[in-house]
Write a protein that binds this ligand. Structure first.
Ligand code: BGC
Length: 772
């Protein structure tokens, strides 16, 4: 190992080869993070920088593969050496990270280290359930642990910047990216954003520690409200809705100290987010106090040409002036900013400010002190997928499973010997790790079939048959396989394969049908207009039902699906999302009763795609429908009720819970006071189990129309069989505040209701008044 005095006076550890890096001393004590020191350091560095080098810091290039877009960066090594690259994405491993970092710190004129980013979304090598699944655990420590393990693995693999958490509120399950977020609720979404950031950046946001990474909040903003659920589509909404319903999780993340923000692809009320100065500067920085840097999404500046905002030169100007600091992959800044400056459409101060923010991020990551952050092959080997992580993955995955139906206690499987495991998602390890599983390896994941064999043990006999293909749409199959789908397609007619499955069912005691979506049918650029089971899967289920055998559905999917027939006809339904590396074992733990399901939905499941958008915290309307058939002039459909298939917050357990009526500590709350809501929850069934008690409020009269329910608290508790516990929730006037028509955050005096229960529908109410 060679030590070299850097330009900055700090000793840079220069690893000439990985072999020498192995001997690297443990990471050094952290740089003092005093703002003044950082600014002084950066000012003196920037004094040495040319305009070209400053613009270079704003350039984020992609190497390796084009997972998320058609563009791959060219001449990466040469550009790093010229100081024309500030950050790199889409590569990892100690070797790759060392190679890139060495180019920057040894071969560029000013030796400025690189930020190395990657889409670490739900785990890095050890893959956890997709974010929508993780959210269904309602377990903040499980979420934080999943992010912590992802941070430790990705940091050991040379990454220092992760593109998570994605906190876009989503109410439209046609949108494939609902899989990547926490669902429809702003309160829960905010708590989850905070937990994930703690996990990535560490409890004190001390990112100089080599096991922490910088998080990137995305996609700012309102990406989840794309019209018609079609990815990248227009977003247009009132400011009031924005502030009350969509912005809270982003804001919570900024408060929690997230280091960076990614601007979204969509336009926001007519201005693309990436050119939206109101969004990126007035709101994010001036109102919320964000001090990190803003990167665009993949080629989002270039895409503003298609949005119709102008030519490349113009969109370059718009993005910088709006508050973008880093251009992801599009190289618009690299090509245009010098001209913009020359022509006077941007100022030197605008470029300097963006450059400073990027350098600050590098400083906060401790990169000027140790650009390699203690990354060695030994550390990587000792960290990746270590047994403790795999064990945690299994335990976290179990907590994300949602039992949607369980007639006559079909589950857990008891005294069952012969199990027919049927369905296109049963033997699919690749699908288990889901979409955006970056460095994860499907081959190291446990399929549900394998999990059933592992957990069922020698006492059970399993017959497996695929039954039908996940889809028979040739074009879709081609597309999915072009992006790593690895689908196993049975070329025989569905009638033949269904008949085979029926024979297996007839010979079994119970049928476990593993149905749903392939991972590539969810995530980015994966919107669906029909959200039923794809292909011939419903035909398969109907044939299985006709055998009269108990029918257990195990759902594998990344979005709420419309499953009216399934809900009516299956004996039990277990929602398992894409459960990650340990999916099969965790699902089997639940099927056999080694774990009692405890997850609850964070997105409403509709009966039909025609009800979308459907969400629990909707407004009342002036003609609310109360279920009276001949009540014609009400807000309702002719052909379907307004009810969801499964409401927000819903999920069953093998045991049952009863709730007492909530009691409130006072009938009148003064604005400077708090009150408590008490409720007793009892485990009234035959198993120990966890329950997620949820507290909602309703503001009965307001200066604006108010939602019929809003989540304001929840507690996940374990109750032994027969046990009961009193739970206390605290509310203050702050919890009653909302943004009024003038966008003032106010609590308006008047009557409120409080509801407590096990989901957003089945609740008991109490009332109080907020005094003037
Ligand atoms: C996605 C982002 C992602 C980025 C980098 C984009 O296409 O929208 O979520 O972080 O690519 O891969």
């Amino acid at each position: 190992m060679k030590h070299r005095k850097s330009l900055f006076g700090a000793t840079l550890l220069v690893a000439l080869s990985l072999a020498s890096a192995h001997a690297q001393a443990p990471p050094k004590p952290t740089l003092p993070l005093s703002d003044a020191k950082m600014q002084q350091f950066i000012t003196s560095l920037m004094q040495k920088m040319t305009l070209e080098e400053k613009i270079g810091q704003l350039n984020l290039v992609s190497v390796g593969f084009d997972v998320t877009g058609p563009v791959v960066s060219k001449d990466v090594d040469a550009n790093i050496k010229k100081g024309l690259v500030g950050a790199v994405l889409n590569t990892y491993t100690p070797v790759a990270a060392h190679k890139l970092q060495a180019l920057a710190v040894q071969e560029s004129r000013l030796h400025i280290p690189l930020i190395l980013g990657y889409d670490v979304i739900h785990g890095h090598r050890t893959i956890f359930p997709i974010p929508l699944g993780l959210a269904a655990s309602w377990d903040m420590s499980a979420l934080e642990r999943s992010a912590r393990i992802a941070a430790e693995e990705s940091a050991a693999d040379g990454i220092n910047w992760v593109y998570s958490p994605m906190v876009d509120i989503a109410r439209d399950p046609r949108w494939g990216r609902v899989a990547e977020g926490a669902g429809e609720d702003p309160y829960l979404g905010s708590r989850i954003a905070e937990a994930m950031i703690r996990g990535y950046q560490g409890p004190n946001n001390d990112m100089t520690r080599p096991e922490n990474v910088m998080a990137c909040l995305k996609h700012f903003a309102l990406y989840g409200a794309a019209e018609a659920g079609r990815d990248y589509n227009t977003t247009d909404m009132s400011r009031q809705r924005m502030y009350n319903e969509y912005l809270p999780p982003y804001r919570a993340a900024v408060k929690a100290g997230v280091g960076s923000v990614m601007s979204s692809f969509n336009d926001v009320n007519g201005i693309p987010a990436t050119a939206n100065r109101w969004l990126l500067t007035d709101l994010l920085r001036n109102q919320w106090g964000f001090t990190g840097f803003v990167a665009t999404d993949y080629t989002a500046i270039n895409e503003m040409e298609a949005h119709g905002m102008g030519d490349e030169k113009k969109v370059s100007e718009l993005a910088l002036k709006a508050g973008v600091d880093m251009d992801m992959v599009g190289e618009v800044f690299l090509k245009q900013l010098a001209t913009n400056l020359k022509e006077g459409s941007v100022r030197q101060a605008d470029i300097d400010q963006a450059c400073r923010r990027v350098l600050e991020a590098k400083y906060k990551l401790g990169l000027f002190q140790d650009p390699y952050r203690g990354v060695t092959e030994e550390r990587a080997k000792a960290t990746m997928m270590k047994p403790a992580y795999i064990e945690e993955a299994r335990s976290i995955t179990r907590r994300t499973l949602v039992l949607l139906k369980n007639d006559r206690q079909t589950l857990p499987l008891k005294n069952t010997v012969n199990i027919a495991v049927v369905g296109p998602l049963a033997d699919r390890a690749r699908d288990m790790i889901g979409n955006w599983s970056g460095a994860g390896d499907g081959k190291q994941a446990v399929s549900i079939l394998q999990g059933i064999k592992n957990v069922g043990g020698p006492g059970i006999r399993v017959t497996y048959t695929q039954g039908v293909n996940v889809t028979d749409d040739d074009q879709l199959i081609r597309r999915l396989n072009a992006y790593g789908g690895e689908l196993s397609i049975d070329a025989r007619p569905a009638e033949t394969t269904i008949a085979e499955a029926v024979r297996a069912a007839q010979a079994a005691d119970v049928v476990v049908a593993v149905v749903g979506e392939s991972q590539g049918m969810t995530g980015e650029a994966a919107s669906r207009a029909d959200i039923g089971l794809p292909g011939r899967q419903l035909d398969l289920l109907k044939a299985l039902k006709a055998t009269g055998k108990p029918l257990v559905l195990v759902l594998v999917n990344g979005r709420p699906l419309a499953l009216p027939w399934e809900n009516q006809n299956a004996d039990a339904i277990l929602e398992t999302w894409f459960g990650g590396t340990q999916a099969g074992n965790a699902v089997a733990d639940a099927l056999f009763g080694a774990y009692n399901p405890s997850g609850k939905l964070t997105m409403t499941f509709p009966q039909s795609v025609g009800q979308i958008p459907i969400y629990y915290n909707h407004k009342s309307t002036g003609r609310p429908y109360a279920g009276v058939l001949l009540d014609k002039y009400k807000s309702r459909y002719l052909d379907i009720s307004n009810d969801p298939l499964y409401p927000f917050g819903f999920g069953l357990s093998y045991t049952t819970f009863s709730y007492s009526k909530p009691t409130i500590s006072k009938n009148t709350l003064r604005p400077d006071e708090g009150l408590t809501v008490n409720v007793t929850v009892q485990n009234t069934g035959q198993y120990d189990g966890e329950e997620i008690a949820q507290l909602y409020i309703r503001d009965l009269v307001g200066s604006s129309t108010r939602p019929v329910k809003e989540l304001k608290g929840f507690q996940k508790i374990l109750l032994k069989k027969g046990e009961s516990r009193q739970l206390t929730f605290h509310l203050t006037a702050d919890d009653l505040k909302f943004y009024n028509d003038d966008l003032k955050f106010v609590a308006e005096p008047g009557d409120f209701q409080v509801f407590v229960g096990g989901n957003s529908r089945d609740v008991q109410a109490a009332s109080f008044t907020l005094a003037k």
